[in-house]
Design a protein. Structure first.
Length: 475
């Protein structure tokens, strides 16, 4: 008889012993239970990790022998396998273990018990499931690797989140840097324009001065000349008739009476025009103030406002009527050129707001000054217009750099931002009261006295990125 034939002809006892021997050789837990949950096979792996020998377990109820098992869940598993005759599986991800065995990585640690994958295999006899074989695979290594992978993924996610935060911060810094660069360019441009204006004002002032002086001298000469002509007229009676006729003919042809009346008027109007030119040039020079651009000094705020209004008069006269309401205020220590810039920005904005009034309707711009009643150490000036006003959604952003509601190319969005920076540099505050369709009022409050030794910052470089100026919008 061949060996194969001998295996084929082995009796049931030999077959069972062979199955048990094979089960003992594999490095997985193997046990078999019948329909009454009695243990039929218990391999060496299960003996080693459960601490219970084959003799103690085989033939006894599984749940009585191991009361810590999840009886309800495990019973449902067995019932489904007996009923359906199909394999079932339980992963450690859903149920970490069936038997609470000590894990096989005591040194590295990381888990509290062996992680197990369980397979439920139906065993049939005569087309009927008579028992169920359960295999238990030790997947602790896989579990620990998976946990380590999750930790690394979490570390990568945390690093990515931090990187995203840093990237956003860098983007904000870059945006602020770009704004600062544009502000610096604008500041340099304004400084260059101021220097150019000061130079032009100086160059214009010299010829205007001597032309005006020449007109004054010409006025005196004309007065003396007309005096001499009057003397000649009085002396006509002392000359011969022929000479008298010739003088009368000459006087009639030259219309001496009209010249005597019109010449002084022409001289007076010319001197007034030259005086206006001289005043504009002086105001332009005072406005630029290149020689004291950042010096604190006591100034007459009314004089400062008037010189600025003289400069921007062309922006206002076609769109609005300018009304002055000045109160009694003392001299104020400030940087005059920067206060000039504040007045320019507020008045020009008021003039532009009046552009949007109904056709043909002129606006009104009121410039007022006064001394604070509740704080006698401060003064204020305000610019009020009857223009289009500021909408609710925009009033909170008007002091932000580069924010503008004007069409592209018609505004830089720096006017009110520069104004806010200057007022803050002077330790003052700016208050805006506006409503769409009702007009706008800006009030600037400044301290009267500052430390004369304090140096003012360059206002266009000290701009807020998110203004917190005092604002109000009536409801």
């Amino acid at each position: 008889m061949t060996p194969a034939h001998r295996v084929f002809c082995m009796d049931r006892t030999e077959t069972d012993l062979l199955v048990i021997a094979i089960a003992d050789l594999v490095n997985v837990g193997v046990f078999v239970v019948d329909a009454d949950m009695r243990v039929l096979i218990w391999n060496r792996f299960m003996e080693l990790h459960s601490g219970r020998s084959r003799e103690d377990v085989v033939g006894r109820s599984l749940f009585d022998t191991f009361p810590d098992l999840p009886a309800k869940w495990l019973s449902r598993k067995f019932e489904s396998v007996f009923l359906l005759g199909a394999h079932a599986f339980s992963s450690w991800e859903h149920r970490p273990y069936l038997f609470r065995f000590a894990h096989t990585r005591p040194i590295t640690g990381g888990v509290d018990a062996m992680r197990q994958n369980c397979t439920f295999i139906p065993i049939e006899a005569d087309d009927k499931v008579t028992s169920v074989c359960v295999t238990i695979s030790d997947v602790t290594d896989i579990c620990m690797a998976y946990q380590e992978l999750q930790q690394r993924q979490q570390a990568v996610a945390d690093a990515l989140a931090q990187l995203t935060i840093r990237n956003n911060e860098l983007s904000e810094v870059n945006a602020k840097l770009a704004q600062a660069h544009q502000q610096l360019a604008q500041s340099e441009k304004l400084a260059a324009i101021g220097q150019l204006a000061a130079g032009v004002a100086h160059e214009i002032n010299n010829p205007v001065g001597f032309v005006l002086s020449n007109f004054n001298a010409l006025d005196r000469y004309m007065t003396e000349m007309f005096g001499v002509l009057s003397a000649y007229e009085r002396a006509e009676g002392d000359v011969s008739d022929e000479v008298r006729r010739r003088l009368q003919t000459c006087r009639a042809s030259s219309d001496l009476a009209y010249l005597r009346e019109d010449a002084p008027l022409l001289l007076r109007e010319s001197k007034e025009g030259l005086t206006r030119v001289r005043d504009i040039v002086v105001d332009l020079r005072d406005f630029s103030r290149v020689d004291s651009a950042h010096a604190w000094e006591l100034i007459d705020l009314h004089r400062c406002i008037e010189s600025t209004l003289n400069i921007v008069g062309n922006e206002v006269k076609y769109h609005a009527d300018l009304v002055r309401c000045y109160g009694e205020i003392p001299l104020v220590r400030c940087v005059a050129s920067q206060i000039n810039q504040v007045v320019v920005n507020l008045v020009v904005n008021a003039a532009h707001a009046c552009l949007h009034l109904p056709s043909g309707e002129r606006g009104t711009i009121r410039v007022s000054t006064g001394r604070s009643e509740h704080d006698r150490t401060t003064v204020w000036f305000e610019v009020e217009d009857s223009g289009c006003g500021i909408s609710r959604e925009n009033i909170g952003r008007i002091f932000e750099p580069f924010f503008t509601t004007k069409p592209v190319g018609q505004g830089t969005g720096l006017g009110l931002s520069v104004t806010y920076g200057i007022v803050q540099a002077h330790h003052g505050n700016i208050h805006v009261d506006s409503e769409s369709g009702r007009g706008t009022t800006f009030r600037v409050t400044l301290p009267i006295e500052r430390d004369p030794g304090e140096t003012a910052p360059i206002s266009t470089m000290d701009l807020p990125t998110n203004s917190t100026a005092e604002r109000s919008c009536p409801v």
